[in-house]
Design a binder for this molecule. Sequence first.
Ligand code: NAD
Ligand code: MG
Length: 385
Amino acid sequence: MSGVGASAGDSSMRPGVAILGSTGSIGTTALRVLARQRDRFRVVALTAHANAALLAEQEAAWSPAFVGLVTGTGGRDAWARGTDALVEAATRDDVDVVINAVVGAAGLDATLASLEAGKRVALANKESLVVAGELVAEAAARGGGEIVPVDSEHSAILQCLGDHAPSDVRRLVITASGGPFRTWDAARLAGATVADALNHPTWSMGKKITVDSATLANKALEVIEAHFLFGVPYDRIEVVVHPQSIVHSMVEFIDGSVVAQLGVPSMELPVLYALTHPERVVDSGVPRFDPVQASPLTFEPVRHDAFPALGFGIAAGRAGGAAPAVFNAANETAVALFLEGRMTFGQIATRIGEALDALGGMVGGDRIALLAADAAARTFVRERA
Ligand code: NAD
Ligand code: MG
């Protein structure tokens, strides 16, 4: 199938884009990319959680047909309000591509609805796939929608795979920067502050994913995401630490050939590629890569003892059922409490492990069951703050 915006044409033919979470790190990156691709795409819908001031600026710059603010006050009377605004934006007739840049399980219903409505979902919201990977696949099959990942590792894997079937793949190797605490010993990690955790060495991102990168919970979310996106079993997905964040991930094929995708750590290319896949378009704004400047490139094993959240998440993925939803919800809640100063850094992983022990065996299956597991895990962690 051809990329939705691959051929610049008559303006009425330009695919319509909805950005859910337009005020966030990925949302604003997407608007920067789209500003250079105005001859290929139209922005028709924008939604945000609470930042009415930035949303109003974006509305003034883009004149979208639909603007939604989930909570908070301000903005214009014409704006849609409440959680339904996400699904409303995503399923509009004039929307062809939904960039889901919402953070957390709050993005799930919009992912499901977009796929049911036959849209392309440029998916940054990896939590959708973690909470309900099977339901997401079913929604795509039923509605004819497709997911193209925005996450840099999964964009890399998609680009490395080309037309190869999962049976041609021996192993996916997902790279991890290692986060700000890559070299910290246990004693120093015990005293890690919020400011330390938010000081990411290579990527500038929203707070939740930045903390997830410090605990390596983000890599667990990404292993589960890769499992569902590419249909590769967990025992053929590995994580390796690569502090420079230049090699975005690799695919080892059955003949032993390893294909990697490289570039500077910028989300502009993965966002652009999610819009145009499988085509490529000219974009002079995406930062250029200089191999000499990027040197040296190094790789290290993961320190699982220092970062137990990674192992908990992968085990939850393997267990299936409601366990990945419990992992995700426990992590979201613990990270929020850590950011509020109500939990230590080490307690994030501890509480995730406890929540999985207590609730990981809850039944999965349909959306109602998964949301019940999600709610139970949030309550469990909050009660132990
Ligand atoms: P962010 O916090 O900067 O932005 C989140 C956006 O979602 C904001 O626009 C906010 O208004 C909206 N939002 C938050 N909670 C919401 C809710 N309950 N309902 C509706 N809207 C809500 O986060 P981010 O860093 O842009 O990350 C967004 C998603 O992309 C996450 O799933 C993250 O894991 C993923 N991701 C981000 C990066 C990155 O570089 N930032 C890279 C890869 C993947
Ligand atoms: Mg990533």
